[in-house]
Write a protein that binds this ligand. Structure first.
Ligand code: FES
Length: 108
């Protein structure tokens, strides 16, 4: 299974095997990655699963949809390579990606 490394705000790193077809958020929640709150369970409506991707991997994804884009404008610590991890579906193309978890997630 492809590996994704999550960089946590405290500087530590956690590597996860993520099945192709699974969202990053689902994998992170199953493994208890701290900082991925995912209050809406993957509906792209809470913004609490925000992560930063590396540019090269960000560019391999389909652009964010309207709802995701709107949320990404209001999440704390937004960057040019921000995505909602519930909308990033694992593929072989994303193997070895490194994902940074922001220190703060949106509070509803
Ligand atoms: S889990 Fe709510 S937006 Fe991703």
């Amino acid at each position: 299974m492809p590996i994704v490394r999550f960089l946590l705000p405290d500087g530590s790193e956690q590597a996860l095997e993520v099945a192709v077809g699974t969202s990053l958020m689902e994998a992170a929640r199953q493994e208890g990655i701290e900082g991925i709150v995912a209050e809406c369970g993957g509906g792209a409506i809470c913004g609490t699963c925000h992560v930063h991707l590396q540019r090269e991997y960000f560019d391999r994804l389909e652009p964010a949809g309207m709802t995701e884009s709107a949320l990404l404008q209001v999440v704390p610590e937004a960057s040019e390579t921000s995505r909602l991890s519930c909308q990033v579906i694992m593929s072989e193309e994303l193997a070895d990606m490194c994902v940074r978890v922001p220190a703060v997630q949106l509070e509803l």
